[in-house]
Design a protein around this ligand. Structure first.
Ligand SMILES: C[C@@]1(CC(=O)O)c2cc3[nH]c(cc4nc(cc5[nH]c(cc(n2)[C@H]1CCC(=O)O)[C@@](C)(CC(=O)O)[C@@H]5CCC(=O)O)C(CC(=O)O)=C4CCC(=O)O)c(CCC(=O)O)c3CC(=O)O
Ligand SMILES: NC(=O)C1=CN([C@@H]2O[C@H](COP(=O)(O)OP(=O)(O)OC[C@H]3O[C@@H](n4cnc5c(N)ncnc54)[C@H](O)[C@@H]3O)[C@@H](O)[C@H]2O)C=CC1
Length: 184
């Protein structure tokens, strides 16, 4: 079944990443622009993960995962190279009603990571509902290459109109006209 795209406010959310290897690095990089509070727990922390965590004030705990690590967490990403551990943490999170993502199996995911394009506050998320992540990456590249360059400026102009002009038909028409003029 296809997955519903839900855009979540992560600001102020407590996020736990279990694992600190190559895949964890990619998940952390993708989360940072959305400003969550991230904690990383891992037996071994790669140099790249250590660097990005230091640069972004992310707390790193270097030891095996413990169930107590889930206390007060609101989102969990399990990026370990051990499917049994992914399943175990998935079950704990289900019990605690914490949304969880496991990097090896959509079966142990409440949500999966999209490929995304972010231009300021414009975010385009792409998924294959877990079927072919490499295809999501390619579609992201195709979209990146065909978007107009001034999208962020257009968004700011329209957002400004919506903030300063009164709601109603006149404002709607003006917004539609500007979009038509700028983007066809
Ligand atoms: C289910 C999911 C769970 C989750 O992580 O949330 C998952 C699972 C797995 N990925 C695997 C492999 C690859 N993943 C990528 C890339 C990305 N993977 C991402 C998401 C997801 N990956 C979720 C589904 C997303 C969807 O619905 O489409 C992206 C979109 C987001 C991100 O991670 O940032 C990011 C692109 C970001 C970008 O470029 O913008 C590439 C390509 C590359 O590396 O270039 C490959 C190799 C090619 C291939 O296999 O397709 C494997 C097998 C591992 C192995 O074979 O050992 C598994 C496990 C399995 O499927 O068994
Ligand atoms: N979802 C995705 O996009 C992708 C997923 N994968 C899968 O992701 C998994 C991880 O791959 P990599 O990051 O390359 O592996 P890695 O070996 O670089 O990192 C694994 C991390 O898990 C940690 N770890 C293992 N057991 C632990 C425990 N009990 N407690 C705390 N930390 C523990 C290790 O210390 C290490 O930091 C693989 O199983 C792979 O199949 C691979 C490619 C893409």
């Amino acid at each position: 079944m296809a997955l519903f795209p839900m855009f979540v406010d992560l600001k102020d959310k407590e996020v736990l990443v279990v694992g600190a290897g190559n895949v964890a690095l990619r998940k952390i990089e993708k989360l940072i622009p959305f400003s969550p509070n991230i904690t990383v727990v891992a037996e071994k922390v790669s140099e790249d993960v250590r660097k990005i965590c230091t640069e972004n004030g992310i707390k790193v705990i270097e030891r095996s995962f413990k169930k107590e690590d889930l206390i007060d967490k609101e989102m969990v990403i399990v990026a370990v190279d051990n499917i049994d551990l992914q399943k175990e943490i998935f079950k704990y999170c289900r019990d605690l009603k914490i949304p969880v993502n496991s990097v090896d199996s959509p079966e142990y995911c409440d949500f999966i990571f999209p490929a995304y394009v972010k231009i300021g506050d414009i975010v385009i998320g792409i998924t294959t509902s877990g079927k072919a992540p490499g295809l999501s990456a390619k579609i992201r590249e195709i979209i990146e290459n065909c978007l107009p360059e001034n999208l962020e400026d257009i968004l700011e102009e329209l957002s400004n109109i919506r903030q300063t002009k009164e709601k109603g038909k006149e404002r709607q028409e003006l917004i539609k006209k500007i979009i038509q003029e700028k983007l066809g």
